[in-house]
Design a binder for this molecule. Sequence first.
Ligand code: NAP
Length: 201
Amino acid sequence: MTTISIIGSGNMANVIGTRAVKHGHSVELLSRNTAKAQALADEIGATVGTFGERPAGDIVIVAVLYDGVVDAVTTYGEALAGKILVDISNPFNADADGLVTPSSAAQEIADVAPDSAHVVKALNTIFGHVLAKGTPLDAFIAGDSAEAKATLAAFLDSLELRTFDTGGLGAASILESAALLLMGLARNGAGFDLALGAQVL
Ligand SMILES: NC(=O)c1ccc[n+]([C@@H]2O[C@H](COP(=O)([O-])OP(=O)(O)OC[C@H]3O[C@@H](n4cnc5c(N)ncnc54)[C@H](OP(=O)(O)O)[C@@H]3O)[C@@H](O)[C@H]2O)c1
């Protein structure tokens, strides 16, 4: 059993938190909207922590809209020292057919996070409603710390998410483009009940 913390109380916090609780993990929700977080926590069987204070989990999932990720991580500041920061955000433009950052959301988070935090990109290539089905899926991750990636992979594997390591944090931009690929496929014939996967032959 792992304790994870999730910053945010929206759709992805709900889906990831639900999946984690179902697989026996302890989930702490951290939201600037405590009432919303408490309602979600009651629904999924999680607890609520104090927004801005040091999260309980070693794995902290930043389930915040791209526009707010840098702000949220900056607000936490040194409270995130030593944590594995999981960036799931997609820096899409308004039409969700392009990216708005020349680097990556993950790199922007790493730039404001404490030096001792380890940013790992993950879960951004999976639609929330697909993750909510609870079926096994492939999950792609990117980050500079092998140890942080191994810890996160063990957690994701326990949720029946088969993890593929795509490389260092520089590969986060590839994963953010992969989310555009998913969106394009969904919009152009494949439909939204769709998941990206890798086939090992
Ligand atoms: N939905 C999907 O299918 C999907 C799939 C893959 C990745 N993602 C990514 O997952 C992230 C979350 O998406 P979502 O669907 O869960 O969005 P959502 O339902 O709109 O929830 C967004 C959450 O972000 C919080 N937030 C926004 N700005 C913030 C700030 N400055 N400080 C603190 N919290 C802030 C919101 O808090 P309030 O409630 O207080 O406004 C809310 O809890 C996004 O980056 C998205 O790109 C989504």
